[in-house]
Structures are given as C-alpha cells and as structure tokens.
Design a protein around this ligand. Structure first.
Ligand SMILES: Cc1cc2nc3c(=O)[nH]c(=O)nc-3n(C[C@H](O)[C@H](O)[C@H](O)COP(=O)(O)OP(=O)(O)OC[C@H]3O[C@@H](n4cnc5c(N)ncnc54)[C@H](O)[C@@H]3O)c2cc1C
Ligand SMILES: *[C@@H]1O[C@H](CO)[C@@H](O)[C@H](O)[C@H]1NC(C)=O
Ligand SMILES: *[C@@H]1O[C@H](CO)[C@@H](O)[C@H](O)[C@H]1NC(C)=O
Ligand SMILES: *[C@@H]1O[C@H](CO)[C@@H](O)[C@H](O)[C@H]1NC(C)=O
Ligand SMILES: *[C@@H]1O[C@H](CO)[C@@H](O)[C@H](O)[C@H]1NC(C)=O
Ligand SMILES: *[C@@H]1O[C@H](CO)[C@@H](O)[C@H](O)[C@H]1NC(C)=O
Ligand SMILES: *[C@@H]1O[C@H](CO)[C@@H](O)[C@H](O)[C@H]1NC(C)=O
Length: 504
C-alpha cells in the first residue's frame, strides 16, 4: 500500500502524539511547535515524493534493515522524488525539532544508529539517476542508488565505477566512509573518484561542493556526519571485461599455513599486483568439514580466464579439501563471493549482524590460530546460535588507495592492507546475549590487535560495531580529530547528523 502525500491527513493525529516534540532533543535557540502536520510537508514536496506512516506496507519496506541490532526508529518515512524534496524534508524536521536520518541500502549496522528513537527517515531510493558526461569520463549519480543498479546502468554503456562489492548495498553509504571495492587497486577508494557532490547540509541548505570546499575532505571518510548527498559526480572508466577466480576450501587445521602464504609478497615486495584481489571467509560448511568451520580462500584476477598458477600453486601445495576455478566478467564477482542479490547478505532475515572490524598490515599466523579456535568454539554446527556466522578477510589490491596521500581525505587507513572482521550473526534474545556477543567479538578483535604490533586500533567505520571511539573510526592523529571537530562546529553545530558513527 502506497500512502501518497495528499492522502495522509487522516493518519496525522495519531502520529503527531506519538512523536511529540518534547521527546526531541531541543536546539538551544528557538521553540518547537508542539504538533506536527505532515500535510504541511506534503504540500512542499514534488508530486513524486511519498510519505509513509507506521502500519503501511510502504513504511515496513522502507524501514526493513539488514541487521536487527539497535536499528534506528522512525515515526515517518519520506521518500524524496527530487533533490529539493530532501531540502524541504530537512527544513521541516528542523522546524518540528524532529531527528532525521538518510537511508538507502539499509546495510548500515553500527549500533549508534539505535540512538535514533523517533523522527523522519529520509529514504533516498528514488534518487537513482545516472547521467554519463559527454566526454565519458564522469557520471552524475543519484544519492540513493544501489551498487548493482549503478553497475548495470554503466555496464550497458561500456563503463564502470568503483563501487562496493555487495550488490544490494548503497553506492553512497560505503563512499561516505571511504568505500572499498574490486577496482580500488587501479583507482583508489569509492570516494577517491568523487569530483563534486550536491549535499543538503544540517540547516537544509542544498550546496554543491568540490575540492575547493573545506568540507570536501570530510565528506570522503566521515561524510555521514555532515550532510545528505543527493547526487555525486564521480569518475568512471572503461570496462575490464573478463575475470577469473579460484576458490579453495581448506580445513581449519591449515590456518597457519594458509595465512603464512596469504602474506607472501607476490613477487613485488609486498604490493599486490593491481589486477589481483584475495578474500577469505571462515564459516560452517558441513559438506566440507562436519566438525568445524572451513577456510574458503578466493583469488581473483582480472583480464584472464584462469588465475595465474604463480598465485594459486602455493595454496594448492597446502592441500585444499576442494577447489573450483571459474571465469566470467566483473558482473560475476558478487555471486562468486556470496554477496549477490540472491545471497544471504542481501536478505533481511531479522537477525542481528554485528561485526568487529580491524585493519591489519599483514596476517599474524599465531593470532589467526587463536581467533580461529574461538570462532570455532562458537560455530560448532549450522543449527547452533552462531551457525551462520562468517569471519571475513578482505585483501584488496592497494596501489590506487596508496596513490593518494594519507591526509587526502578523512579516510584514515590508507597504510593498512587487510580488512578483517568477524560477523557474528545471531537471533536476538535479550540483552544478555547481546552483551555476550559484544564481549566475544571484542575479544577476537583484541587478539588480532595484539598480534598486529599496531599502537592504535584501526577499524573501518562502515563495518564498525558501534562501541569504538571516533579515534578508532577516523584515526587517532590529533590533526584529524581537530579538523573533524572544527568542521562539525561549522557545518552541523546542533549535531543533527549524529546517529552514524558520530565524530563527537
Ligand atoms: C553485505 C555487506 C557488504 C558490504 N560490502 C561493502 C563493500 O564492498 N565495500 C564497502 O566499503 N563497504 C561495504 N559494506 C559496508 C557498507 O559500507 C555499510 O554497511 C554502509 O553503511 C551501507 O550503506 P547503505 O546505503 O546500504 O546502508 P544505509 O543503512 O541505508 O545507510 C547507512 C548510513 O549511510 C548514510 N547515508 C546513506 N546514504 C547517504 C546519502 N546519500 N547521503 C548521506 N548519508 C547517507 C546514513 O548515515 C545511513 O545511516 C558492506 C556491508 C554489508 C552488510
Ligand atoms: C534497482 O534495480 C532493480 C531491478 O534490477 C529495481 O527493481 C530497483 O527498483 C532498483 N532500485 C534502485 C534503488 O534503483
Ligand atoms: C624488492 O626490494 C628489493 C630490496 O629493496 C629490491 O632490490 C628489488 O628490486 C625489489 N623488487 C621489486 C620487484 O620491486
Ligand atoms: C549445535 O551447537 C550447539 C552449541 O553451539 C549445541 O548446543 C547443539 O547441541 C549442537 N547441535 C548439534 C546437532 O550438534
Ligand atoms: C592478499 O591481499 C593482501 C592485500 O592486498 C596482500 O597483502 C596479500 O599479499 C594478498 N595475498 C594473496 C595470496 O593474494
Ligand atoms: C596534506 O599535507 C600536505 C603536506 O603537509 C599539504 O601540502 C596538503 O595540503 C595536505 N592535504 C590536505 C588535503 O590537507
Ligand atoms: C603475533 O601475535 C603474537 C600473539 O599476540 C605475538 O606474540 C607476536 O609477537 C606477533 N608476531 C608479530 C610478528 O607481530
């Protein structure tokens, strides 16, 4: 059931009392009207905008999320039809002292989102334009497009963009926190491609920013804190059409051997060849091992039909339980690695999906063994409470990322090489279980941290659990924190954007 903007008046009374203004943190100046009339908002929106209230199917679909742990709670959903609809919605929310949050792919899972207990969800899904510039080198991309939709539109025109890897995740969500993807070895992070963007700021102003704005640095790594991106102009590239993958399944007995080899310098003194990516997962797969989680190691190479044996032979020498070689195109990568629209990470199952991420320079085989043993004690069979947990090890090629200076953007971790995180999927069962998962997730992370030799914890903000500090999400260097604080005071003094990994 769609609730269009002019049909909502009857529902307003109930909602206005549920979301009384007094419940809302007040800004220091001004007073808030104590009733909210969404018809006033509806009148300001374009005729393609939609407003949904609790109890409607449209509302339920818009608020459904990938992780059920500490989700944000909305009292109303606005689906803007135009960039200006976002302006009007933010102004309306401010006027009524209502919190607001932009949403898109609904894969944000950081527990800080749970601090939003009511207010306006601004679901950007209709802002999905893709306009390729006549020179073919950039495209204007809507702030509400999903990765797969963007990839498909560009592919049809012989082009591609750096996007996240998972098909159902938003394009902007990853980019605002940096953004990792298969093409980063060539070009850098998702956000390294941005040329300019249209942003609705905390006060409802729509502004176009680029490298000449002081905000530009912050939007690419800490962007969730500063505005709602209604569209972005990004560099795009010609296609690299063919890819090959080799998937090797190992017994957990081989943890040390596999990760010692995974560290190898690959003929180039520690820099992965630009055409290579590797990932691995640990998960319970009873057909390969009925007793404990397996290691699935993926080696992905572009421009070939079979992965160069130079890269795979050392792994075959360990003795995998099974292996599979496949070839295809860039469009096959998501299905090969279990993150296509049809795969579990794209379903909204109502389970909690916390991760406890850490960036590493290289693997420490001793620490890998220690965390494998803990993971294995949790994941003993597929029907146990953590039967669908997944430990993720992402080894993207890095040249494109390291080609930018460390201070180029608010993304702080260009010098790291590996993105590692246990994903401890479970069914919610009260605060005791939540606390247990947080404890064991952090214990696993602490072991990896101690094995890393690093002197501060580095976590990818877009995988963060939520109990980390801004120093962990955005880098512990004082200049980074100062710069973020200064920009926050300037652009969002009332902390409207404070639900997703707030800088303060
Ligand atoms: C299965 C899976 C695969 C993933 N793969 C990758 C990957 O390959 N690379 C990677 O870098 N990350 C990846 N991530 C992490 C991903 O970056 C974050 O989960 C991100 O928050 C998802 O964005 P979303 O739009 O899907 O989620 P949402 O929950 O809709 O959005 C997350 C937050 O982003 C902000 N936001 C979203 N859109 C906008 C906008 N247009 N303007 C302003 N703010 C906005 C809001 O604060 C919102 O709370 C993955 C996550 C999952 C669960
Ligand atoms: C993405 O594409 C699918 C079809 O492949 C379509 O159903 C969906 O509405 C699109 N979503 C967005 C956000 O563009
Ligand atoms: C690797 O490093 C060594 C020592 O620094 C150097 O001699 C060698 O040329 C390097 N090899 C490559 C492929 O860069
Ligand atoms: C599955 O594992 C859980 C504990 O993780 C255990 O309680 C249960 O007995 C196991 N079930 C089977 C069929 O082995
Ligand atoms: C995997 O990728 C990481 C990150 O680029 C790299 O350090 C490591 O050497 C790679 N290993 C293999 C086997 O490709
Ligand atoms: C990064 O640091 C260099 C050297 O101090 C400086 O010239 C440059 O302007 C800085 N870049 C940014 C984006 O702050
Ligand atoms: C690997 O981790 C172990 C356990 O924390 C630690 O003792 C060791 O020093 C680490 N090795 C390296 C090379 O950092």
């Amino acid at each position: 059931m769609r609730q269009f903007k002019l049909e909502v008046a009857a529902l307003l009374a109930a909602w206005a009392s549920a979301a009384a203004c007094l419940d809302v943190p007040q800004s220091s100046q001004g007073t808030c009207p104590n009733n909210v009339n969404a018809k006033q908002l509806g009148n300001k929106l374009s005729n393609t905008a939609e407003i949904y209230f609790p109890g409607s199917a449209g509302f339920a679909a818009a608020i459904a999320r990938w992780s059920a742990l500490d989700p944000p709670v909305a009292s109303i959903v606005v689906v803007p039809g135009t960039e200006n609809d976002v302006v009007e919605t933010v102004k309306f929310a401010n006027q009524k002292c209502l919190p607001f949050l932009a949403t898109n792919g609904a894969h944000g899972s950081i527990t800080t989102l749970g601090k939003m207990t009511h207010g306006v969800e601004i679901y950007l899904t209709q802002l999905d334009c893709v306009e390729i510039a006549s020179n073919g080198q950039t495209a204007k991309i809507g702030g509400g497009i999903l990765a797969k939709n963007l990839t498909d539109v560009l592919w049809a025109q012989g082009k591609q963009a750096v996007t996240g890897t998972c098909e159902c995740v938003g394009y902007l969500g990853p980019g605002l926190g940096g953004g990792h993807g298969w093409l980063q070895g060539h070009y850098g992070l998702v956000s390294d491609q941005y040329v300019s963007m249209n942003v609705v700021l905390a006060d409802g102003t729509l502004t176009t920013i680029d490298e000449n704005s002081d905000l530009w640095w912050a939007m690419r790594g800490a962007g969730h804190n500063f505005g709602i991106v209604t569209s972005v102009t990004s560099k795009i590239y010609d296609l690299v059409p063919n890819y090959a993958i080799e998937t090797l399944i190992f017994s957990g007995d081989n943890v040390e051997a596999v990760y010692e080899i995974a560290n190898d310098n690959w003929l180039t003194n520690g820099t992965m060849p630009v055409d290579l990516n590797n990932w691995s997962y640990w998960y319970f797969d009873p057909t390969s091992d009925p007793d404990k989680p397996v290691i699935a190691f993926y080696i992905i190479q572009e421009g070939v039909n079979i992965v160069d044996p130079v890269y795979t032979e050392p792994f075959y020498n360990i003795g995998p339980i099974s292996s599979q070689a496949q070839s295809g195109t860039y469009l096959d990568l998501a299905a090969w690695t279990g993150i296509s629209l049809a795969d579990p990470p794209c379903q909204k199952t109502g389970e909690a999906n916390p991760r406890f991420p850490i960036y590493l320079k290289s693997y420490n085989a001793t620490a890998q063994r220690q965390v494998y043993d803990i993971f294995s004690s949790l994941v003993t069979n597929s029907s146990g409470p953590f039967g669908s947990a997944l430990f993720m090890f992402e080894g993207y090629s890095q040249q494109g990322v390291k080609a930018f200076p460390d201070n180029a953007t608010a993304f702080a971790y260009r010098s790291d090489n590996l993105l590692v995180a246990p994903l401890l999927t479970y069914k919610l069962d009260g605060p005791e279980l939540d606390a247990y998962v947080a404890q064991v997730g952090n214990q696993i992370r602490q072991i990896l941290y101690e094995g890393s030799g690093d002197s501060s914890l580095h976590a990818y903000v877009n995988y963060a659990y939520g109990d980390e500090t801004p120093l962990v999400w955005y880098g512990s260097e004082e200049w980074r924190q100062d710069r973020l604080q200064t920009l926050k005071k300037k652009y969002d003094p009332n902390a409207r954007f404070s639900y997703y990994a707030p800088v303060a």
